[in-house]
Write a protein that binds this ligand. Structure first.
Ligand SMILES: [Zn+2]
Length: 457
């Protein structure tokens, strides 16, 4: 029978071992943090991606330039191997600058700030014109029905709910006006759609983003108008005035084009068959530099690879992946999963940064309950670097598919209050990224991967 003294001695030794390991980890993470904060390359790599490469919509020349540029950056970061994974991507082109206006009761024309939604059909050279009907919910659309909607332009005025503290929740909810709104409006006979931009702030910029057509209904042209335009338009409609809209976009979907995921790898010294993926998406919308969305996630992932390599050998294989085509197809992510299956790879962990390069707040964990518990025991190691929560939630669109092969997943959760001010708009530029915030995100990602590599999950 074990006596109390023996038990307490064993516990004491265990505690000492645990705290010694924690001390060791805290020193290692401090070293990683200092390296990123002093020598980090993420910000300069982002400057290059934004200013020398620029917009990089799937299938465009910019996207190819981004493939070449990040392959070089990964080599410079110290990857043992850098390679490309070919994948076919949708090739949508915006065409000429969109034009549009509103006319109230046959009066003067009020010019709109608008842009075609990603993957939208064009209107043809002449454009389309019809009276406008506003809806603020899908239920309202259903209530109005075909009799009212047929032949009209539907104006989806789905404001991002300002009472939600998590802006991503508001985006998720109102975002349906953009993703499925056009196809639902078409099912009631609408000829075109205008959506209120998904932006947290009233501004004059249209914010684009993908729309997803259902093949069972006509593909009608769809544009985003600025939040200020939407607020004004709604006021005109409230006066029960006859409001007509005109818009013209010459967007087209071309045949699929060849493109690539870019992968940089450091080979594990003890368990090379166990793979840890860290990534962001390389493609961006065509209206801006894709600085926060998601140049930030790409350069942070490259930085993770750089600092872990500089820190010494990793047990497991670490891959920094620049996923192609997150914005309007997700083909890069599908390809990455397809190859992982084909090659029978063992994926232990996937970490994504695609919520902006703002001050990190936490990590959202998409994994088994026992794994969450294990990760939460590392909380104290993250506190000094501003990561205050490790809790269950989603990961990201690009690493997400790896759940099918049993990988534990996570997404970096930065402060999201300013993300939707600039998301998918011309204002998503390098100047709106802070070096310090970007590097804080990168160092926390590196710390997380350091711990998963050391202890497994
Ligand atoms: Zn993104």
């Amino acid at each position: 029978m074990m006596n109390k003294k023996f038990v307490s001695t064993v516990l004491g030794v265990l505690c000492a071992v645990v705290s010694m390991a924690q001390r060791e980890d805290s020193i290692a993470i401090r070293k990683i943090a200092n390296d990123v904060l002093i020598n980090g390359q993420a910000y300069e790599n982002l400057r290059y991606l934004c200013k020398k490469v620029g917009p990089r919509l799937s299938g465009s020349a910019g996207a190819q330039k981004a493939v070449d540029a990040t392959a070089r950056m990964l080599k410079e970061a110290g990857a043992d191997t850098v390679y490309l994974q070919p994948c076919m991507v949708p090739h949508w082109v915006r065409g000429e600058k969109e034009i549009g206006y509103i006319q109230v009761a046959g009066g003067a024309k009020y010019t709109l700030n608008l842009c075609a939604l990603g993957n939208s059909e064009g209107t043809g050279k002449k454009g389309i014109s019809a009276s406008v009907i506003e809806v603020t919910s899908f239920a309202e659309l259903e209530q109005l029905g075909k009799a009212v909607i047929k032949g009209k332009i539907v104006f989806f005025n789905f404001e991002m709910n300002p009472t939600y503290i998590t802006t991503f929740s508001a985006y998720g909810e109102s975002g349906r006006s953009r993703t499925t709104g056009p196809t639902i409006a078409a099912s009631y006979g609408a000829i075109g759609v205008m959506v209120r931009s998904l932006a947290s702030n009233p501004d004059d910029f249209p914010h684009t983003g993908v729309t997803i057509y259902n093949d069972s209904f006509p593909k009608i042209p769809a544009v985003a108008i600025s939040t200020n335009n939407a607020i004004w338009l709604s006021k005109q409609l409230m006066k029960k005035m006859q409001v007509t809209a005109y818009f013209r976009n010459t967007s087209t979907m071309l045949p699929d084009a060849p493109s690539f995921n870019v992968v940089g790898e450091i080979r594990g010294s003890e368990l090379p068959g166990e793979i840890i993926t860290v990534g962001g998406h390389l493609d961006s919308w065509d209206l801006a530099e894709g600085a926060q969305d998601d140049g930030a996630g790409c350069v942070q992932s490259i930085e993770v690879l750089r600092v872990l390599k500089a820190n010494g050998a990793t047990k497991r294989t670490i891959r920094a992946v620049m996923f192609m085509n997150e914005e309007n197809g997700g083909r890069g992510a599908a390809k990455y999963l397809g190859l992982a299956k084909l090659n029978n790879e063992k994926h232990v962990f996937g970490l994504e940064s695609d919520a902006g390069g703002f001050t990190p707040r936490g990590f959202s964990l998409e994994m088994r309950a026992d794994q969450i518990e294990k990760v939460q025991q590392w909380q104290d190691l993250f506190y000094p670097y501003g990561v205050y929560f490790l809790k269950a939630g989603g990961s990201g669109a690009d690493v997400g598919p790896l759940r099918a092969i049993g990988a534990a997943l996570s997404g970096l959760s930065p402060d999201g209050q300013r993300y939707f001010d600039i998301h998918h708009a011309a204002t998503d530029v390098f100047e709106n990224v802070s070096r310090r915030e970007l590097h804080l995100g990168a160092l926390n990602m590196a710390a997380f991967i350091y711990l998963v590599d050391k202890y497994g999950l």
